[in-house]
Design a protein around this ligand. Structure first.
Ligand code: GDP
Length: 715
C-alpha cells in the first residue's frame, strides 16, 4: 500500500516537474525574435507547450476521477471494486486514490497543518501564475497555473477529510467524493485549455477584444495622420503563443506612392504596437479605394483558380487578340501610377524619373523569363560568369605594370563573354573590347590596381561614352518651344517598331507624360493595317482621357480614319487638323501629335519602304523606335533597318544622318541585369535611348540613367 502511494506521489511530482519545465522552456523559446527558419516567430512553440501541459492536466483530472470512482466502489460495492481492479487498469488505485486519505492522516493535527499550508501556498502560486497568464494571454502559463490549483484543491479535500474524521467515525468516503469534485473541475479546466491550445495551433482567429483594440488604434492613426487618403477596411490576425500576428487591409487611391504607403504602414504599426499588448507583427495590405470588395477576399490562390478566370487572365496579356476586349482588359492593368513616374519641378514641369535602383523593386516583383533569371540574380547569377573568373584570375596582380597585348588578351576575352552574357550583341561587345584594348595598350596600371580593375574602369568609360547622348534629349523643352511663339505649330512625334514590341503601350505612356505637363495631345491611329489596332488605341485614349480629367491635366483625343487608308496621308491630315482644325484662323488645337504606326517586320522590304513616304509626308519632329529589351541580337538589325528608311526627299538620312531620333526600350522590367540591348542598339546606330518602358502601367516610363545601366552591365 505504502509503495503504491509513493509511486503515485512520484508520478504526481514528475508531472508537476514536466509541466514546469515545459512551461519555462516554451515561454523563453516563444519570445525569441523571428528567424529565416521561423519567419513568423516562435510563438507556436508555446502553443505546443500549452497543449502538452493542458493535456497532462486533462489526463490527470480523468485519472483522479477514475480513482475516486474506484475507491467509492471498493467501499460501497467491494465485489465490483475488486472486479474492476482485477482488470488491471486500476491496479494500484485503492492505494493512491488519494494519498491524503484519512486512513493515512487520521486525526493527526500535523497533517492538518501541512494540508492547510499546502492550500495557501498552492493557491497563491495558482493566483499569481494565472494573473500573469491572463495578462500575457499565455495558454501554457494558464495550464501550468491550473496544475497549482489542482494541488491546492487536493490539499483542501485532505484537510476536509482530516477535520471530518474527528467528527464522523467512518469518513473514508469523504476523500474519494472530494476527489470526484476535484476531478470535475480539473477536467473542465484541462479540456478548456487543451481546446484553446489546439485551436491556436490550427490558427484560429485572435480574440474579438484584441481585434477591437487593433481596429480602434489603426482607425485613430489613419484618421489622425492620413485623413481621406486611407480607410481601414478590415482587421484579421492569429494568436501565436503570447504573440498576435495581425493583418490590416487599408484602402487607398490607386495613385498613392509607395513612399506614402510605407509611411502609412509604419505609423499604423507603431501605434498598434504601443497600444495593443502582445502584437508582434503588423502587415498592411493596400487595396484600391475605388473598388468596394470585402476585406481580404482575393488573398488566397485557391479562391481564384477557376479555369474561366485563368483564361480571362491569359487573354488579358495576349495582345495579339488585339480587339477591343483585349485592350479593355489591358486598360485595367494600365491604370496610372504617375507618382512613381516622376516629379514636378519648381516651375510645375513634370519630369520623368531616371531608371535607377527603383527598378530593383520592379524587377523583384515581376517575373523575369527563365532564360534570364540565372544571370539576373546577383547572388547566384554571377557565380561562374566571366566576371568572377576574371576576378579570380587577376585579383593578385597589384598594379604598376605596363600592359601588353598578351596581358590583355585573356581578360578581354573574358570581358567580352561577360558582355555577351549581359545580352550585348556580339558585334558591339567585340568593338567595345577593341576600344578598351586600344585604350590600355602600353598603359601602365596604377599602383595596387589589378589588370581586371583597369579593364573594368576602361570598359565602364567606353559604355558610358556610348550611352551618353551627344545632344540634348529634353523633349519637354522642344515641345514648349515649338508650340509657343509666333511660329507656333503642333509638335509631331511618331512611334515605329516591329509588331508586338509595345508601340501603342509606350505611345500611351508618352501621352500620359505629356498630359502631366498640361499639353493637349492628339493620338493618331496610324496603324491602318492590323485589325483591332484602332480599337486598341481608342481604349488607351479613353483611359488617358479619364485619367487626365480626374487629375485635371492636359487633354487627349484620338484621330482615326479606320483601316486600309494610307498611313502617311492619315498622319498628314492629323497634323493639319491639330494645326488649325482644318480651317484657317481657327488656331492650334493640339500641342502634340502622337502617331502610332503599323508594326512591321524589319526585313519586309515592301512595308519598310512605306516608312520613307510616311517620314516625308508626316514630317515628324521626332521619330522614336520601340525596341524590346528582351530581343537581344535581332534588335541591332531592327534598329539599322528602321533607321535607314528615314531619308528626306534628297535621299539624306534624317537627324544628321542617323535616321531616327531615339529609342524607347520596352519591357526593361523583364530582363534583370541583362540590359545589353541598350548598348547594342545605340552602338549600331548612334541613336540615343530616350525612354525606358518598365511595366504595363501608363506611369511605367523612365528616362535612362547611364550610370545605373553601366553599373548593371559591369556587375
Ligand atoms: P504593339 O503591337 O507594338 O503596339 O505592342 P503593344 O503596345 O500592344 O504591347 C505588346 C505587349 O507588351 C502588351 O501586352 C503590353 O502590355 C506589353 N508591354 C509594353 N511595354 C511593356 C513594358 O515596358 N513592360 C512590360 N512588362 N510589358 C510591356
Amino acid at each position: 500500500m505504502c509503495n503504491g502511494r509513493l509511486i503515485a506521489d512520484g508520478v504526481h511530482a514528475l508531472t508537476d516537474l514536466v509541466s514546469d519545465i515545459t512551461t519555462l522552456a516554451t515561454i523563453s523559446y516563444s519570445l525569441k525574435p523571428p528567424t529565416s527558419r521561423f519567419p513568423f516567430g516562435y510563438g507556436k512553440v508555446e502553443s505546443l507547450g500549452a497543449l502538452g501541459v493542458s493535456g497532462l492536466l486533462l489526463s490527470g483530472g480523468i485519472m483522479i476521477g477514475l480513482q475516486a470512482v474506484l475507491a467509492l466502489t471498493q467501499q460501497f460495492f467491494p465485489e465490483l471494486g475488486h472486479m474492476l481492479s482485477s482488470l488491471g487498469l486500476f491496479e494500484h488505485v485503492h492505494d493512491h486514490s488519494h494519498h491524503h486519505g484519512s486512513d493515512f492522516l487520521g486525526p493527526n493535527i500535523n497533517a492538518a497543518w501541512l494540508a492547510g499550508g499546502s492550500i495557501i501556498i498552492k493557491e497563491w502560486l495558482y493566483r499569481s501564475t494565472i494573473k500573469i497568464a491572463r495578462d500575457k494571454r499565455s495558454s501554457v502559463l494558464a495550464s501550468n497555473a491550473y496544475h497549482h490549483r489542482v494541488d491546492s484543491l487536493t490539499a483542501f479535500v485532505a484537510l476536509l477529510t482530516i477535520v471530518a474524521s474527528n467528527f464522523i467515525t467512518n469518513a473514508q468516503w469523504l476523500d474519494p467524493v472530494g476527489g470526484l469534485a476535484i476531478s470535475g473541475m480539473i477536467v473542465q479546466a484541462g479540456w478548456f485549455n487543451t481546446k484553446s491550445a489546439l485551436l491556436e495551433l490550427a490558427d484560429v482567429a485572435m480574440d474579438e477584444d484584441i481585434k477591437q483594440s487593433v481596429q480602434s488604434s489603426a482607425k485613430a492613426t489613419l484618421e489622425e495622420h492620413f485623413g481621406q487618403d486611407a480607410e481601414l477596411r478590415g482587421v484579421q490576425g492569429i494568436k501565436s503563443g503570447q504573440n498576435f500576428l495581425v493583418e490590416l487591409e487599408v484602402a487607398v487611391a490607386e495613385s498613392l506612392s509607395i513612399g506614402r504607403a510605407q509611411e502609412i504602414e509604419e505609423q499604423v504599426r507603431q501605434r498598434i504596437a504601443a497600444k495593443v499588448r502582445g502584437v508582434k507583427r503588423v502587415v498592411v495590405r493596400f487595396t484600391d479605394s475605388s473598388k468596394r470588395e470585402e476585406a481580404f477576399v482575393d488573398e488566397f490562390v485557391a479562391g481564384r483558380a477557376s479555369d474561366g478566370e485563368e483564361e480571362a487572365h491569359d487573354h488579358e496579356h495576349d495582345h495579339d487578340h488585339g480587339h477591343e476586349e483585349t485592350a479593355k482588359g489591358k486598360s485595367t492593368s494600365l491604370a496610372s501610377n504617375g507618382d512613381k513616374m516622376g516629379s514636378r519641378t519648381g516651375k510645375g514641369q513634370f519630369v520623368l524619373k531616371d531608371l535607377d535602383d527603383e527598378v530593383d523593386a520592379i524587377l523583384a516583383s515581376s517575373k523575369a523569363p527563365s532564360t534570364t533569371t540565372a544571370s539576373s540574380d546577383p547572388a547566384t547569377g554571377l557565380l561562374g560568369t566571366a566576371t568572377s573568373r576574371l576576378t579570380g584570375l587577376f585579383r593578385n596582380v597589384v598594379g604598376g605594370k605596363t600592359l601588353t597585348k598578351a596581358d590583355l588578351q585573356q581578360p578581354l576575352q573574358l570581358m567580352q563573354t561577360h558582355l555577351l552574357e549581359k545580352n550585348v550583341a556580339r558585334e558591339a561587345a567585340e568593338r567595345l573590347c577593341q576600344s578598351v584594348e586600344t585604350d590600355l595598350l602600353d598603359h601602365k596600371t596604377a599602383g595596387f590596381t589589378s589588370i581586371e580593375t583597369t579593364i573594368r574602369e576602361s570598359m565602364s568609360k567606353a559604355l558610358t561614352r556610348i550611352l551618353t547622348p551627344t545632344s540634348s534629349l529634353d523633349l519637354l523643352r522642344d515641345v514648349t518651344s515649338t508650340t509657343s511663339g509666333s511660329n507656333e505649330r503642333p509638335y509631331v512625334i511618331s512611334i515605329v517598331g516591329v509588331n508586338g514590341v509595345g508601340k501603342s503601350t509606350n505611345l500611351s505612356k508618352i501621352a500620359y507624360f505629356l498630359l502631366q505637363n498640361q499639353f493637349r495631345v492628339l493620338v493618331v491611329a496610324g496603324d491602318t493595317f492590323r485589325s483591332g489596332a484602332v480599337e486598341q488605341l481608342r481604349v488607351h485614349v479613353k483611359n488617358l482621357s479619364a485619367l487626365s480629367q480626374r487629375e485635371n491635366v492636359g487633354k487627349v483625343e484620338l484621330f482615326e480614319k479606320g483601316y486600309g487608308k494610307d498611313a502617311a496621308t492619315v498622319a498628314r491630315d492629323a497634323v493639319t487638323f491639330a494645326t488649325n482644325g482644318g480651317h484657317h484662323g481657327q488656331g492650334m488645337l493640339y500641342d502634340v501629335v502622337l502617331i502610332d504606326t503599323a508594326g512591321r517586320r524589319h526585313n519586309d522590304s515592301r512595308l519598310m519602304s512605306s516608312l520613307t513616304k510616311f517620314g516625308q509626308l508626316a514630317n515628324p519632329d521626332k521619330i522614336f523606335m520601340v525596341g524590346e529589351a528582351l530581343v537581344g541580337t535581332d534588335s541591332v538589325a531592327q534598329a539599322r533597318n528602321f533607321a535607314k528608311e528615314f531619308v528626306d526627299t534628297k535621299g539624306k538620312l534624317r537627324n544628321n544622318g542617323v535616321g531616327m531620333d531615339g529609342f524607347i526600350i520596352s519591357k526593361c522590367d523583364t530582363v534583370g541585369d541583362m540590359v545589353g540591348t541598350l548598348v547594342s542598339m545605340v552602338h549600331a546606330t548612334g541613336i540615343p535611348v530616350v525612354f525606358l518602358g518598365v511595366g504595363q502601367h501608363y506611369g511605367d516610363l523612365r528616362g535612362l540613367n547611364v550610370g545605373w545601366a553601366v553599373e548593371r552591365l559591369m556587375r
